[in-house]
Design a protein. Sequence first.
Length: 219
Amino acid sequence: MSLALKKILSYFIDIPIENRESQFSGKISVAISQGQYKLSTQNAIYSYGKKYTSFDTAFKAIDIQKQPIKSVLVLGLGLGSVIDLLEHHPTIQQIVAVDFDNVIVALAQKYLQSSLKTKTNFVCADAADFIKNNQKKFDLVLFDVFIEDLTPIPFMQIEFLNTLKQSIQINGILLFSKIDDSMRSKIENAQFEQKFSVAFPESFSIDANGNKIFVWINK
């Protein structure tokens, strides 16, 4: 079956493409759904092309296309949905995409559709270690690190947030994504927002289709 036919059929039913086993996330499935590549675990969708609605909502809220962004850091990759969503940004010159899971990095390199792929440097590394050793400042930092539907606890600590802050350029933007679809996650996010606002004064949050995106502009 041709890829074009698979994409047409995917508007009626998900078309399985590939299954892999990850030591961090267990069974990972790639399918074509609604014409987009979708990366899923048993309990979460990690990536969904241009239908990754949480970041799509946040990008529209801050009018990302009009922001003067040249460099982007992506922490937590999936299949690169956030890169797909930035496809038509007029000034992006470089993207660094970091993920700890070598299986996910390999799948992203294989299935990422965006023309920005040629401007993307894929890095297999722990996000905390990468940030600790990073010397570069970025115009846009996108944090999207999950194990299943949970943000690992070390990334919610003030120490990590203060270190992350050093990677954001003056007038740069941070978007930090967390699941927000249950009472547990909402309580966690209310507590996290207090820490986030200490590290990032004048920050705010965007409700985004079951996620909450915490936003800070380095003015």
